[in-house]
Design a protein around this ligand. Structure first.
Ligand code: NAD
Length: 492
């Protein structure tokens, strides 16, 4: 299965738009294909709407954004994509027909994934060419912020296709949950439907309003569910004896049972109650407004969970580690003159980095220079393992000098010169250039190696020091930068 540089989208509605935003953000080109030409402006709008929240998800260095193109020619898309994600309406015959058509034009090593909410992959792959590359990759709305994707294989699906899909989804920051056995509704929709069925019954029987039932989740179980699923939470609820006690205590209720298995009839009166109830909770706010609110708290929750390395926060943390490693590797793979400053970081000035003057705001310069330092450290072996072993480089001084304007969407790169090194200290000089080569800013930084348990400076281990020493020796012949050692002042 091939490496994915271009994602092909089949159907560009709500879910197609979400896939596009996520993939573009993490540097994947997207060819969006839909039978309706008007969906081009729709998908461009959907990507733009997703951007503000997505941009705040992580400040780790991202590759340049992917490029979005649109076509109504599904076959042309299929011939150019490295991975195809189908997001057309949930109708089995339509999906079967379109997947079979597209499979005739997509090379056999291109995975074709369906976003279907509940159709089984064995049914979808029935008429396809090379059906072994068909999987279900079921995402959740908004696809650009929720990491879960259920990965389901059909009777003919190959392990290689599943593995390739898992690699790709992980690359774009998702948590791929492999479903062991195909069933209608996969795992999550089966669970969601059970809950929704109970809601419909209780609204229908006049027991509670939609708003009250939402309260019953958001003030209680919903908060717990963000990091521990129902089973772990019940394990905790059983006291010292955990799940065993929980089952003994509540097992009898399962036999009564509390819940109803059949959904109620969707009468006009029930539909009205559901619609009026949810409109009352919306309280005059438009769908767009509510989406923005939802997106903001979804970003915030994931950032909090990252501190605990749990659930979606663990996925975000792993993604950031990968982004930092990739940024360092991009720099390391360049065939630069070793005796020149190292080109460690390439990036693009993002919309949210801009201040009221239309320039990149001060704190972002520090972020960009910090990311360049991080890339240098990784090159020397100063990484998560180094920090886990109780060592770290602490920044003791930074001096930034601004030389030229940097504006939104400018491409930028940073070069780094090692200007001082001993076993405990590292002194570097960064130059931030715009893509047109103009020097826009410089930063001098001093770092001290610290034993984080003893909270004292300590010599670097010989292997790490040796790598930094090799760079320092290669840079020894360079002229000392004019701004190095410079102090701030008004002059006399
Ligand atoms: N909406 C959700 O919350 C959600 C969540 C997860 C998965 N899904 C699944 O994703 C799929 C798409 O759902 P959606 O909500 O994005 O639907 P949607 O109606 O918003 O979008 C469907 C798009 O497919 C296009 N289309 C129709 N026929 C086509 C064809 N023959 N070729 C190419 N494009 C065609 C339509 O023009 C439309 O733009 C469904 O299978 C659904 O079950 C939806």
């Amino acid at each position: 299965m091939r490496q994915v540089k271009t994602l092909g989208l089949l159907g560009t509605g709500v879910i197609g738009g979400g896939w596009a935003a996520r993939a573009l953000h993490f540097g994947i080109d997207v060819i969006a294909a839909d039978v309706k030409p008007e969906m081009e402006s729709w998908i461009r709008g959907a990507v733009a709407n997703a951007e503000p929240a997505l941009a705040r998800l992580t400040s780790a260095p991202l590759p340049p954004k992917g490029k979005l193109s649109f076509t109504t020619d599904l076959n042309a898309m299929a011939a150019k994509a490295d991975f195809i994600q189908e997001n057309i309406p949930e109708q089995i015959e339509l999906k079967q027909r379109v997947l079979a058509q597209v499979s005739r034009h997509a090379p056999a090593d291109v995975v074709i994934a369906s976003s279907t909410s509940g159709i089984m992959p064995s049914d979808l792959q029935r008429d396809m060419v090379a059906p072994e590359r068909l999987i279900v990759g079921h995402p959740f709305n908004p696809v650009y912020l929720l990491p879960l994707v259920e990965l389901v294989g059909g009777k003919q699906t190959s392990d290689a296709a599943i593995e390739a899909a898992r690699r790709f989804y992980t690359y774009i920051g998702m948590h791929a949950l492999k479903v062991r056995k195909e069933i209608p509704g996969h795992l999550t929709d089966r669970l969601q439907e059970a809950l929704w069925r109970e809601i419909l019954h209780m609204v229908n029987d006049g027991i509670a309003t939609t708003g009250e039932l939402d309260e019953s989740i958001i003030y209680g179980p919903g908060l717990r569910w963000a990091a521990m699923g129902t089973n772990q939470i019940y394990h905790l609820a059983g006291g010292e004896a955990g799940m065993r006690h929980m089952l003994a205590q509540f097992g009898p209720c399962l036999k009564w049972p509390w819940t109803k298995l059949e959904a109620p009839e969707l009468t006009d009166s029930l539909i009205d109650k559901m619609v009026e109830g949810t409109s009352a909770t919306a309280d005059g706010r438009s769908i767009r407004e509510l989406e923005r609110l939802r997106d903001d708290y979804l970003v915030a929750i994931q950032q909090v969970l990252r501190q605990f390395d749990i659930g979606a926060g663990g996925t975000l943390k792993a993604l950031e580690t990968r982004l930092f490693n990739d940024a360092a590797a991009r720099g390391a793979s360049r065939k630069d003159d070793p005796a020149a400053p190292l080109r460690l970081l390439e990036s693009e000035v993002r919309a949210e980095w801009i201040d009221y003057n239309g320039h990149m705001t001060d704190s972002r310069y520090l972020q960009v220079f910090g990311d360049a330092s991080d890339a240098l450290w990784r090159r020397a072996g100063i990484d998560e393992a180094y920090r886990a072993a109780g060592r770290a480089l602490y920044t003791v001084e930074t001096h930034i000098n601004y030389a030229a304007e940097v504006r939104q969407a400018d491409s930028i790169y940073v070069t780094t010169q090692v200007i001082g090194l001993d076993v405990k200290r590292l002194n570097v000089f960064h130059r931030l250039h715009r893509g047109d080569g103009v020097l826009a800013a410089t930063a001098e930084q001093m770092f001290v190696n610290v034993d984080t348990k003893a909270k004292k400076s300590a010599p670097m281990p010989p292997l790490v020091y040796g790598k930094l020493e090799a760079i320092a020796k290669a840079h020894a012949g360079l002229p000392r930068p004019a701004g190095a050692g410079r102090a701030i002042g008004m002059g006399r």
